[in-house]
Structures are given as structure tokens and as C-alpha cells.
Design a protein. Structure first.
Length: 268
């Protein structure tokens, strides 16, 4: 009786026995018969590699739940980091103001800068205005599209949000926020798919734009803006959401993010 010890020895014995069965006697050997044991070895290696790679799981499982979890974790971490950064910026501002009070020249410039905080979006403001809400078309039960519509026709795009923002500024808006985030001079409206990217954070529809100003003037500006009218027409045709609400006393929070510039150019 042949005795083997260890996994490697067992594999060698199994391969020798397989070869003795599969490979015929030299007198009857044909060229293709030599490939049979080689294929058997390769198949065994492939099965072993697959088993180790899967680690007991299915290689064809949908990994989207795991990806969603990772995205949610990253979003929560980002929100926590932003909260810490906001707190530190406020502490720095308080300490800067306190230290500046000991120098007359610095104190004078600080007082001068305070006059521009509201216009820069760094102070909370309130007053009458408008709120505009833009939303994607609801999903149909059959998963299809409205007659005559293409996939891009049933979602809100960057140019749609930008058209509303531009129209409200043109209508005399004194202050504005998008998704309750104050709009400042460095704010940029960008869309990634059907989500909105604003100051490094991603927002899903419906998108809310709020502006402080004369409600009647703001409405007229929306009604006469070509981009806003185009979106309203598409919304009526394909079921997208477009709502305009008067606000008697709208509160816009101060912008509390970073105001540092990556680059700037002096105009002449």
C-alpha cells in the first residue's frame, strides 16, 4: 500500500492515477491523448483559483449594496469633517477679531470688512422672496418614458437650475440659496447625472432655489427668461416638477464654508 503525507503528496498521487487511466498504452497512443491529463490539471488549477478568489461567496453577486454602504460612510465622514472645519473657522474668526482690537489700524480694516459680509453671503438675512422647486419626472409603473420623450427629457439638468438662478439674479434678488446652502461669488452649479454638485457636496432632486427680493419682480424675471420658460414647457409636456412659491419672510443662513480662492486674475 502506498502511503502519502500532506496535501501536495495527495495531489501528486491523484494526478498519477488519472494519467494512468486516461493515457493509453504507448502502442495505442495518439497525439491528442497527451492533452487529456494537461487539460485536467489546468481545470483543477482554475477551480482552485476560483474558490480562493470567491472566498466562499458568489463571484456574480451584485456588489451595489456594498458600494452604496461605502458611499454613505464617506458622506457621513465628509459631513463630520465639514462640521469640525466650520467650528474651527468660527474660532479663528473670533480670535482674529479679538487680537485685531489691540491695533487701531487692524480694527479699522476689520470694521470696514464687516460692512461687506452681508453682500458676500457671510451673514444670515431674511425678507420676502420666492422659492422655486425643480424635480425629475416620476417613474412610470411600466418603467417606460412618456410618449415622445428621451431619457434626458425627464430629468433636471445643470442648465435648468442655472437658468432659474440667473433669472432670479436678473430679477433683483438680494440673496440666494440652493438646497439651503447660501450662494456666494465662488458658488458654481454643476450636475453629475441627475444629482447636483455644490461646494463639494452632492444633492438629489428635487432641487430648491430660494431668493430674497421683490416677489413680483422675481416672478416677472422667471416668466420672461428663455431658459426658465424652456424648462417649464418641458415640465408640462413630460411631467417634471416646476413650482414657484411666494415667501412672506424667507430666512437664508450665512455661508459657513471655506472662502479661500484657488486662483484669481486681476481684471483691467
Amino acid at each position: 500500500m502506498e502511503y502519502t503525507s500532506g496535501r501536495g503528496a495527495s495531489w501528486r498521487v491523484a494526478l498519477r492515477r488519472a494519467a494512468s487511466v486516461l493515457v493509453p498504452h504507448p502502442r495505442g497512443r495518439r497525439p491528442w491523448s497527451l492533452l487529456v491529463p494537461l487539460i485536467a490539471v489546468l481545470a483543477g488549477l482554475l477551480l482552485t483559483t476560483t474558490a480562493r478568489t470567491s472566498a466562499g461567496t458568489s463571484l456574480r453577486d451584485d456588489r451595489r449594496p456594498e458600494l452604496t454602504r461605502l458611499i454613505d460612510e464617506r458622506r457621513r465622514q465628509l459631513e463630520a469633517d465639514e462640521s469640525v472645519a466650520t467650528r474651527l473657522r468660527r474660532e479663528i474668526d473670533r480670535e482674529t477679531t479679538r487680537q485685531g482690537g489691540s491695533d487701531a489700524g487692524v480694527h479699522e480694516q476689520q470694521a470696514r470688512g464687516e460692512k461687506f459680509r452681508t453682500g458676500a453671503g457671510l451673514s444670515a438675512v431674511h425678507g420676502p422672496g420666492l422659492t422655486v422647486i425643480l424635480d425629475d419626472a416620476p417613474r412610470r409603473p411600466d418603467g417606460g418614458l412618456p410618449p415622445g420623450a428621451k431619457p434626458d427629457d425627464v430629468i433636471v439638468h445643470q442648465q435648468d437650475v442655472q437658468a432659474v438662478v440667473n433669472a432670479l439674479w436678473a430679477g433683483g434678488a438680494e440673496a440666494m440659496s440652493i438646497m439651503d446652502v447660501r450662494v456666494i461669488s465662488t458658488s458654481a452649479v454643476r450636475c453629475v447625472g441627475n444629482t447636483l454638485l455644490l461646494h463639494g457636496r452632492v444633492y438629489s432632486p428635487p432641487f430648491k432655489v430660494s431668493a430674497i427680493g421683490d416677489p413680483a419682480a422675481l416672478r416677472r424675471a422667471l416668466d420672461t427668461d428663455a431658459g426658465a420658460n424652456s424648462f417649464r414647457d418641458v415640465a408640462q409636456a413630460f411631467g417634471l416638477g416646476y413650482e414657484v412659491h411666494d415667501e412672506a419672510d424667507l430666512l437664508l443662513k450665512a455661508y459657513d464654508g471655506s472662502v479661500e480662492l484657488d486662483h484669481a486674475t486681476v481684471t483691467r
